[in-house]
Design a protein around this ligand. Structure first.
Ligand code: NAP
Ligand code: MG
Length: 505
């Protein structure tokens, strides 16, 4: 075992050859001395080495978070001071915007414009919670005469935050910002495929003045580190974003000590195009709805339902525009669709497409791995449109998590709502119609946490994001998220002049 090399956190280059973990305000190596390599999915080439956390490192991180919480420096800061630090995090991120975007692109293979939007939103998340926390107040409640009741929100404690690879920086921001806003300490477990921007964000938190031990980050294998955190008796809450099976596993483990839990899981979101829709807007929004972020989105609108009267017109335009999508250098402003995160994920996607062919579906466009010039060793998959599908097919039921959309024709509003809800998931959904009455009627019946009406976007800071059914529970990105990182304490007092003697003895 090598000794742990510790370094105070000062600004380092965003792009470097080796990234350490952060425990108790220090950059540290793994106690084992081990590292792992993280890659650029667009080229398949190694990008950097990362310290590989062990369970011992994780215990140290939880202990540091606990100490920071018990000592209470951060949680006892006046709210305005915590708010100022959150704004400072945002302003440092803004000043390093291009560096963060580049690192995000290199580590995830996503397109420049997608990364720009996501880093920008990550900045706004900190700004949003810097403001929201100021208004996160307790209540005073009606009581019989002589009694008085108030409530206060207290931080839940040490939070383990386990995040996926599809939005590496944004998911870190969604988790860290509300948790530290209320005064919690966090231990972040980034995805093994994309740990870099989350590590840099944790460094920026320190640079901005977050005290040691409040933000810790332990990159390492989910089955070991994530699992250890979910079971850890020193962890009070787990916030997890990832797949539904892992979420179920975490829920089971977290139940041992009744940890608080937020789960943002998978999806198979329906996208309904009615006959009275603005077809051009619906085409553009549906294109973005599935191919944004290379389809690697939990809220991807991957089930497209088109009314029979507009089916031909819609599909002609949809296919034509899909053909225009550019796969290319992810750092180019003109690239629309980036790389797939890994060879393994590409094979999962291709396996789904092959299963559709075997089950009798038609591949209208794409359906295969593609070579991109200059990026021949990267992982690229053609934007894929599948028709002639039935509700029982795997591609219709299961989350593919890639640039693949399944298209079905419908005739009747009631029936299509039923079909839209015929899924174990319930995260996103979209409705395209010019009829406000229909929009409201359908939105009311859709079983999903998010309904987009004539709108391609599913998330803005301040709007609740989260799922129904097996897409998880808890809402992130909104004011109410602060409640998920706090316990409500009710203080009941009596100020009457006559002493109370309930037993009367
Ligand atoms: P995943 O396997 O569930 O991984 C997510 C995170 O959990 C990663 O940090 C992973 O670590 C860790 N992990 C893996 N196994 C674990 C275990 N047994 N115990 C604790 N932690 C564990 O998901 P993924 O394959 O990376 O991501 C794709 C999935 O995430 C998709 O199904 C998608 O729907 C879902 N997702 C949902 C949302 C949402 O907001 N609802 C957002 C993004 C993604 P390693 O990286 O080391 O494996
Ligand atoms: Mg996984």
């Amino acid at each position: 075992m090598t000794t742990v090399k510790e370094q105070k956190i000062e600004k380092l280059e965003t792009k470097r050859e080796y990234y350490q973990m952060i425990i108790n305000g220090e950059r540290v190596d793994s106690v084992s001395g081990e590292t792992f390599t993280t890659y650029n999915p667009a080229t398949g080439e190694p990008l950097a080495k990362v310290a590989k956390a062990t369970t011992e490192d994780t215990d140290r991180a939880v202990e540091a978070a606990r100490q920071a919480f018990e000592k209470g420096k951060w949680r006892r800061y006046p709210i305005n001071k915590r708010s100022r630090v959150l704004n400072k995090i945002a302003s440092i991120m803004r000043s390093r915007f291009n560096e963060l975007v580049e690192l995000e692109v290199l580590n995830s293979g996503k397109s420049l414009t997608a990364a720009q939007g996501q880093v920008n939103q990550s900045i706004e998340d900190f700004e949003f919670y810097a403001g929201a926390i100021v208004g996160h107040r307790g209540t005073v409640n009606n009581m019989p005469g002589g009694f008085f009741n108030y409530t206060q929100n207290e931080p839940v404690g040490v939070c383990a935050q386990i995040i996926p690879w599809n939005y590496p920086m944004m998911m870190a921001a969604w988790k860290i910002a509300p948790a530290i806003a209320v005064g919690c300490s966090v231990v972040i477990k980034p995805a093994s495929l994309t740990p870099l921007t989350a590590i840099v964000l944790a460094e920026i938190c320190h640079e901005a003045g977050v005290p040691e031990g409040v933000v810790n980050i332990v990159p390492g294998p989910g089955a070991l580190i994530g699992d250890h955190l979910a079971e850890h008796p020193g962890v009070d809450k787990v916030a997890f974003t990832g797949s539904t099976p892992t979420g179920k596993d975490i829920m089971k483990k977290a139940s041992q000590t009744l940890k608080r839990l937020t789960l943002e899981l998978g999806g198979k979101s329906p996208n309904l195009v009615f006959e009275d829709a603005d077809i051009d807007a619906a085409v553009d929004g549906s294109l973005f709805g599935i191919f944004y972020n290379t389809g690697q989105s939990c809220e991807a609108r991957s089930r497209l339902y088109i009314h029979e009267n507009v089916y031909d017109e819609f599909m002609e335009k949809f296919v034509a525009k899909t053909k225009k999508l550019t796969l290319g250098d992810p750092l180019s402003q003109s690239t629309h669709v980036g790389a797939i995160i890994s060879r393994g994920q590409l094979e999962v996607i291709d396996g789904y497409v092959k299963s559709a062919i075997e089950e009798g579906a038609t591949i209208l466009h794409g359906g295969e791995e593609v070579k991109v010039e200059g990026f021949e060793n990267g992982y690229w998959y053609a934007p894929t449109i599948i028709t002639d599908v039935t509700p029982e097919m795997k591609v219709v039921k299961e989350e593919i998590f890639g640039p693949v959309v399944v298209v079905q024709k419908f005739t009747d509003e009631k029936a299509v709502i039923k079909e839209a809800n015929n899924t174990e998931f319930g995260l996103g959904s979209a409705i395209w119609t010019k009829d406000q009455g229909r929009a409201t009627r359908v939105a009311n019946q859709i079983e999903a946490g998010i309904v987009m009406v004539n709108c391609p976007f599913s998330a803005f800071p301040g709007t609740p994001f989260g799922g129904y059914k097996q897409s998880g529970f808890g809402r992130e990105l909104c004011i109410e998220t602060l409640d998920l990182y706090t316990e409500q304490k009710s203080v009941i007092s009596y100020y009457g002049s006559r002493p109370i003697n309930p037993f009367g003895v």
